[in-house]
Design a protein around this ligand. Structure first.
Ligand code: AMP
Ligand code: ZN
Length: 458
C-alpha cells in the first residue's frame, strides 16, 4: 500500500510499525457550531482509509478527538449564558449524527480534551523537566529553539516561520516562534487546576497528549486538512518528539486538500459556508459522500450544483445496475476486484476506484449469465462497502432520490404507473404513452419488461 507522506513530500510504501495493530490519529472538530462541508472532507477521506486498512490488517485503532476546550467555545457559551458543556455536548452530538449520515463509521475512540487534563498536565510537566518548555507570566510555553527539527513537516526555515507567525510577540516569550502549552484563565473563564495555576491547555498539546494516551508514543498515521500542517501538526511533532526522548511521533502524515464552493474559498465574510446539517435536508448523505470522493483527496475539490447533480446521477446508475440484479444472490466469498482495491491502496485514489466501480456497473448491465451476475453483484457490493457507498436497497435509494428538481416522488410515480397499467389493460394505448411521456418529461424513464413496468430517474 502506498501513502503520500507530507513529511517526505512523496508517496511511500506503507510499512506499519506493528502489523498486528495499526494506529491512526485524525484531528477532529472544535465543537462550538455546526460542521461545514469542508470539515466533512477529512472525515470521509480518513473513513475510507480506515476501511481499506481494516481490510488489510487484523486490527486498526482509529482515534479522532473532540476539541471541547477552546476560546470560541467559551465565547459561544458566554453568549448563550450556559456552561461550555452545554455547547460542546450539543455540537458534538450533531457532529456525530451528521457524519454518520455521510456514512462515516465512528472511530474507535473519540476522546475529549476535558477528559484528558491529567495526561495533558503530565506531558507539559515532562517538557518543562527536560528543558523543552518554560513557565513565564502564568503561561507555559514550548521553546521551539530546543527542537532542531522544528519546521521539518511544513518545510519552513527559521525566517519563514517568523514571517508565517505574523503575530504580536508576547513579551514573556523567549523566542517569537514559541507557542502556548498552558495559559491562565480569568475567574470568569473555564479553567482547571495545574502546577502553574488555574488555567487551560493550548490547542496543540491536547492532540499530543491524547494520541499518547490512546495510541502510544509512536503512531503509524496522522491525518487532517492541509491547513493543519502549520502550526498545529508542526507543534504536535515538537511536543511529542521531545516528550518521548526523540522518538518518532507519527510515521506517515496525510493531509487532505481544501474544498471550495463555486471555485471560491468558503468563508463567513463571503457568506458561502455550507453546513452539512443544512445540506442533509435537501440531499441524501450518500450524494454528499460521493461528491467528496470524486476528487483525489490531496487535490482541491470544488463543490457546486453541477457536481451534486452528477453525483446523484452516478448513484442512480450504480443503484440502477444493482436493481437489475435484485433477484440474484450475491456470490458468496467474492470481494471487490483487485484493480479496485489497488486503486484505493495507491494513496487512496478514489477517482480511479470509482471508475472501476462504474466498469462493474456496465458489466452488470450487459451480463446475462446468472453466475456472472452473482459475481458482479458481490463485487459491486463489496467495492461499495470499501467506499462506504451502495449499502441500502436499490428500492430505498430510488424512493429517496429524485434526480432533478420537479421530478415526481416514488409514490407519485407508482400511482401514475398504476394508472398506466389500467390504461393498458383497457387497450388505451394513447393514454399509456401519454403517461410514459409525461414521466419522461419529468425526468423518469419507464421501461416495459416481461416482469412489468420498471422505472428509474433519468
Ligand atoms: P477545524 O474544526 O476548523 O479545526 O476543522 C476540522 C477539520 O476540517 C480539519 O482537519 C481541517 O483541516 C478541515 N477543514 C476545514 N476547512 C476545510 C475545507 N474547506 N476543506 C477541507 N478540509 C477542511
Ligand atoms: Zn490535532
Amino acid at each position: 500500500m502506498q501513502l503520500h507522506n507530507t513529511l517526505s513530500g512523496r508517496k511511500e510504501e506503507f510499512v506499519p510499525l506493528d502489523p498486528s495493530r495499526i494506529t491512526m490519529y485524525v484531528c477532529g472538530p472544535t465543537v462550538y457550531s455546526y460542521a461545514h462541508i469542508g470539515n466533512a472532507r477529512p472525515v470521509v477521506v480518513f473513513d475510507v482509509l480506515a476501511r481499506v486498512l481494516r481490510r488489510r490488517y487484523p486490527k486498526v485503532v482509529y482515534v479522532r478527538n473532540i476539541t471541547d476546550i477552546d476560546d470560541k467555545i467559551n465565547a459561544a457559551a458566554k453568549k448563550e449564558g450556559v456552561d461550555i458543556r452545554v455547547i460542546t455536548d450539543r455540537y458534538a452530538a450533531i457532529y456525530h449524527d451528521d457524519m454518520a449520515a455521510l456514512g462515516a463509521l465512528p472511530p474507535d475512540f473519540t476522546p475529549r480534551v476535558t477528559e484528558h487534563l491529567p495526561q495533558i498536565i503530565d506531558m507539559i510537566s515532562r517538557l518543562i523537566a527536560s528543558g523543552h518548555a518554560y513557565v513565564a507570566d502564568g503561561h507555559v510555553l514550548f521553546h521551539t529553539l530546543s527542537f532542531p527539527a522544528y519546521g521539518a513537516l511544513s518545510k519552513r526555515d527559521e525566517q519563514s516561520l517568523m514571517a508565517g507567525a505574523r503575530i504580536e510577540v508576547a513579551p514573556y516569550k523567549k523566542h517569537a516562534g514559541d507557542f502556548v502549552l498552558w495559559k491562565p484563565s480569568a475567574a470568569d473563564q473555564p479553567g482547571w487546576d495545574s502546577p502553574w495555576g488555574r488555567g487551560r491547555p493550548g490547542w496543540h498539546i491536547e492532540c499530543s497528549a491524547m494520541a499518547e494516551a490512546l495510541l502510544g508514543e509512536t503512531i503509524d498515521i496522522h491525518g487532517g486538512g492541509h491547513d493543519l500542517i502549520f502550526p498545529h501538526h508542526e507543534n504536535e511533532i515538537a511536543q511529542s518528539t521531545c516528550a518521548h526522548g526523540g522518538k518518532t511521533f507519527a510515521r506517515y502524515w496525510l493531509h487532505n486538500g481544501f474544498l471550495n464552493i463555486d471555485s471560491q474559498k468558503m468563508s463567513k465574510s463571503v457568506g458561502n459556508v455550507l453546513l452539512v446539517h443544512e445540506l442533509l435536508k435537501s440531499m441524501p448523505g450518500e450524494v454528499i459522500r460521493l461528491v467528496l470522493l470524486t476528487a483525489h483527496y490531496r487535490q482541491p475539490l470544488d463543490w457546486n450544483d453541477e457536481v451534486v447533480a452528477e453525483a446523484r446521477k452516478k448513484l442512480d446508475r450504480l443503484y440502477g445496475a444493482l436493481r437489475e440484479l435484485e433477484d440474484v444472490e450475491a456470490a458468496p466469498g467474492v470481494t471487490a476486484p483487485e484493480a479496485f482495491v489497488a486503486a484505493l491502496e495507491d494513496d487512496i485514489n478514489t477517482p480511479m476506484a470509482l471508475a472501476e466501480l462504474f466498469e462493474l456497473a456496465r458489466a452488470a448491465n450487459k451480463a446475462v449469465d446468472p453466475a456472472e451476475k452473482a459475481r458482479i453483484k458481490a463485487q459491486m457490493l463489496d467495492a461499495g462497502l470499501l467506499l462506504g457507498l451502495l449499502q441500502q436497497a436499490p428500492s430505498a435509494w430510488f424512493a429517496q432520490a429524485p434526480a432533478a428538481a420537479g421530478a415526481p416522488s416514488a409514490d407519485e410515480i407508482e400511482a401514475l404507473l398504476a394508472q398506466r397499467t389500467a390504461a393498458r389493460q383497457n387497450k388505451q394505448w394513447a393514454e399509456s404513452d401519454r403517461i410514459r411521456d409525461e414521466l419522461k418529461a419529468r425526468g423518469v424513464l419507464v421501461e416495459d419488461s416481461k416482469d412489468g413496468q420498471r422505472w428509474r430517474y433519468a
